[in-house]
Ligand binder design. Structure first.
Ligand code: SAJ
Length: 405
């Protein structure tokens, strides 16, 4: 098996397959990443990933920049979206499949794991295969097996989540299912490709819409001075109500991206989704306004005394793509304001201006602390926040007089 793309999804998948008896070569065009893996190091942190890596190495996994001639390919490359059209940008998937077509033998199966919008495989992937002289279903089999694992708990979820396999031909779907069943303890459903594409995007859209609902409730409650957390707690005691938590915004490369595919493809139909995404996208700016309100109320006139705790897109991960903190800093910069101070225990390199690398130094330098991310570290250090003005975007701080969004 050749796994193409060794990022957050491709790497754990390749390692999992290899450590469960599948002969695997991992391919990535990033030479540095391949060199790091070949030097015996993983490229990001996840519970259990290093152990899995060692098992896969023992089982003989190889890493290279070259595509392999084999009978099964798993394509796990990024699918960003175009910020203006809101449509999926399938360029990485197309490029990978083109490369596969150059080396694969007749009879090979190509599994797309990357998240794509419904119809992407028909519109972009099938033509690439046919342009190369292959007949789909005869020379090449096509499958879509979207991933479902959550950053922060990837290895566990890879083993335990149910998953979906979409195939043109059920027998091929069942064959691919056997590979995933070598490690996956969840139920594996075999369906058609469009249903697999759609269900993946719908899952993330469901979560995005529900987070937007919680964020909207926070704004309504703030407007009339009600406690949104108390209200959500009470409502969730109803047997059919399960409201998510408001927060400083939505980051990462899944929930803040995938629902836009539906808005891009069905602009006149995807109304609730469109509004929800706009609500989530404007949440960091909403937090910025809260910061200004609190500064005014507490007589803090200098924004050099304000610090954002947390740069990652969520707690206890080192991934800061599209994070609410970065979105907040971006909108601050648009207003030509001096960037606020920042600190994150998971980010050791400098990624923004005014970034600290030590919690104590950071806290010594600010009067107003905004808890943007609920890392475990801050929960173990409440004592150090005594005497500070605190804006807690997650309702986790037990100290007196804390502000909320
Ligand atoms: N968030 C809130 N309030 C909440 C829950 C989350 O504001 O109540 C925020 C988080 O802080 C974060 C963002 O939403 O900024 C997304 O975080 P997340 O933990 O909800 O999800 P992701 O993006 O890390 O992973 C999602 C998962 N999808 C679903 O739960 C439906 C995961 O299973 C997918 O595999 C992943 O997207 C993906 O790769 O598509």
């Amino acid at each position: 098996m050749n796994v193409i793309g060794l990022g957050y999804i491709g790497l754990p998948t390749a390692l999992m397959m290899a450590s469960h008896g599948v002969e695997v070569v991992g391919t990535d065009y990033n030479k540095e990443l391949v060199a790091t893996l070949n030097a015996g190091k993983t490229t990001f942190k996840e519970d259990g990933l290093d152990e899995l890596f060692q098992d896969a190495l023992k089982a003989g996994i190889k890493f290279t920049t070259d595509y392999q001639r084999t009978d099964l390919y798993i394509v796990s490359v990024p699918t960003p979206y175009d910020k203006f059209s809101k449509k999926v940008d399938a360029c990485y998937v197309v490029a990978a499949v083109k490369e596969v077509m150059r080396v694969c033998p007749k009879g090979a199966t190509v599994v797309i794991e990357s998240t794509v919008s419904p119809g992407t495989i028909d519109h972009f992937v099938r033509p690439v295969i046919e342009e190369n002289g292959f007949t789909i279903g005869e020379d090449i089999n096509l499958v879509h097996a979207p991933e479902r694992i959550i950053p922060g708990n990837m290895v566990y979820e890879l083993l335990h989540n149910n998953r979906t396999i979409g195939a043109d031909d059920r027998a091929i779907g069942e064959k691919v299912k056997e590979y995933y069943a070598s490690f996956c303890q969840g139920e594996i459903v075999v369906t058609d490709i469009r249903s697999a594409e759609m269900s993946k995007v719908v899952e993330n859209t469901f979560r995005a819409v529900n987070i937007a609902f919680a964020n909207e409730l926070a704004r309504i409650c703030r407007h009339d001075n009600m406690d949104v957390y108390e209200i959500i707690k009470i409502c969730n005691m109803h047997p059919r109500v399960n409201i998510l938590q408001p927060g400083p915004g939505v980051g990462g490369h899944c929930i803040s991206v995938d629902p836009w595919f539906l808005v891009g493809d069905y602009p006149r139909l995807a109304k609730v989704i469109d509004e929800s995404m706009k609500t989530n996208d404007s949440q960091p700016e909403y937090v910025l306004n809260r910061i200004y309100e609190i500064m005014e109320e507490r007589g803090i006139t200098d924004n050099r005394r304000v610090g954002l705790y947390g740069l990652t897109y969520k707690e206890n991960v080192d991934d800061y793509r599209e994070s609410p903190t970065l979105q907040l800093l971006e909108s601050q910069e648009r207003h030509l304001a001096r960037p606020l101070k920042c600190y994150d225990p998971f980010i050791t390199q400098d990624i923004v201006k005014n970034q600290f690398h030590d919690l104590d130094e950071f806290l010594n330098d600010v009067d107003l602390v905004v808890i943007m991310v609920k890392h475990d570290q801050i929960k173990q250090n409440w004592d150090k926040l005594r005497g500070k003005v605190i804006l807690d975007c997650h309702n986790i701080c037990p100290l007196e007089g804390v502000y909320h969004i």
